[in-house]
Design a binder for this molecule. Structure first.
Ligand code: NAI
Length: 335
């Protein structure tokens, strides 16, 4: 069986890490076919727009996309192409695993294996109703949280826990202060949790959660939270386990899903062959899970871990003297 995926090579280091990732995927004989589509600066130059209709059509048809980072130029229509994609396809679940990897000089080289499930379509992060008073002295922002939005993200977290054999879901909130928005999220989460007696559920206020993550991250399994808190917490989690070069993310909706690296286009190292391809490769592993190929996903993760353990051809961000291409070759040798 073949599966066609939309591939967006992106800007900056995007094409380098995507080419490495596709070479690794090809070596696994997964039956994947690629439909290349443009977005970001490349699309602006070629098609005169950052997010061409042909790219949207490709994602709509294939329902799965693997995406490299994109540059959103300031003052070109969207505040962010990524936020626009989430809106267009109602990609309500942002799923970011953070796992300890060996030889990464991280704060927690072992013991952390958690997943942040962030609501991706509501809350303060969307920037709804932003305004500044005429005298520039007062700024306003609306925060919309709905029962439907809260219910589906919390349900996603519990279903994910069941699917991948996780034991605990922590609901992260600030309902003691943000009584309307965070309050609705928490009450809804409590109701949904009752349907999953097999999964332990606990609650944590977001500020305490930040401290607990830094002090004792191994206590967490799956975290579920609203958009802005999730944005901040998931980067914090990436920082615990080796930084952006190893942090993948998935944006999942009912009709489409987009898999990516969490990092940006890294213009400071673009075109130099120094980019670490692991974050995008780990995003590709999430994609394989989504495509019901969990064994192949695990095979890919195991090859990455074995390469890190052997310190074989690691990129400079990991203290190695390899490059994007030789790192990918080293991973392929261990598949
Ligand atoms: P960045 O993540 O691109 O870079 C931050 C630092 O991390 C840089 O020193 C960079 O060299 C390093 N780095 C990032 N990825 C790396 C990798 N794979 N291997 C080795 N080193 C890596 O963040 P920055 O500089 O804030 O943003 C640059 C551009 O990327 C901006 O235009 C921003 O809008 C865009 N961006 C796009 C995202 C996306 O499309 N998903 C996400 C974040 C930023």
């Amino acid at each position: 069986m073949t599966q066609t995926i939309t591939v967006i090579r992106g800007d900056g280091i995007g094409p380098e890490i995507m080419d490495a990732t596709l070479r690794v995927l090809d070596s696994m004989s997964l039956g994947l076919q690629y439909e290349f589509a443009d977005a970001g600066l490349v699309a602006l130059e070629k098609h005169g727009e950052l997010l061409p209709q042909s790219t949207l059509d490709s994602i709509r048809t294939n329902r799965i996309a693997l995406k490299s980072p994109l540059t959103t130029p300031v003052g070109e229509g969207f505040s962010s192409i990524n936020v626009e994609l989430r809106k267009r396809f109602d990609l309500y679940a942002n799923v970011r695993p953070a796992k300890s990897f060996p030889n990464t000089k991280s704060r927690f080289p072992m013991g952390v294996d958690l997943i942040t499930v962030r609501e991706n379509t509501e809350g303060a992060y969307i920037g709804e109703g932003q305004s500044l008073s005429e005298d520039g002295e007062t700024a306003l922002l609306q925060q919309r949280v709905t029962r439907r939005g809260s219910e589906r993200i919390v349900r996603y977290a519990f279903e994910l826990a069941r699917r991948v054999g996780r034991k605990k879901v922590t609901v992260v909130h600030k309902a003691n202060i943000l009584k309307s928005t965070s309050g609705l999220f928490l009450r809804t989460a409590r109701t949904v949790a009752q349907e999953y007696p097999d999964i332990e559920c606990n609650e944590m206020i977001v500020d305490n959660c930040c401290m607990q993550l830094v002090m004792k991250p191994e206590q967490f399994d799956i975290l579920v939270t609203t958009n802005l808190f999730g944005d901040i917490l998931s980067d914090l989690c990436a920082g615990l386990v080796g930084g952006l070069g190893l942090a993948p993310g998935a944006n999942i909706g009912t009709d489409a899903a987009i898999f990516e690296a969490v990092h940006g286009t890294a213009p400071d190292i673009a075109g130099q062959g120094k980019a670490n391809p692991c974050a995008l490769l780990l995003g590709a592993a999430q994609m394989l899970d989504h495509l019901a190929m969990p064994e192949q996903a695990e095979r890919l993760r195991a090859a990455i871990i074995a390469t890190l353990e052997a310190r074989d051809s690691l990129t400079p961000d990991l203290g190695g003297d390899g490059n994007t291409s030789s790192f990918a070759d080293a991973i392929m040798r261990r598949l």
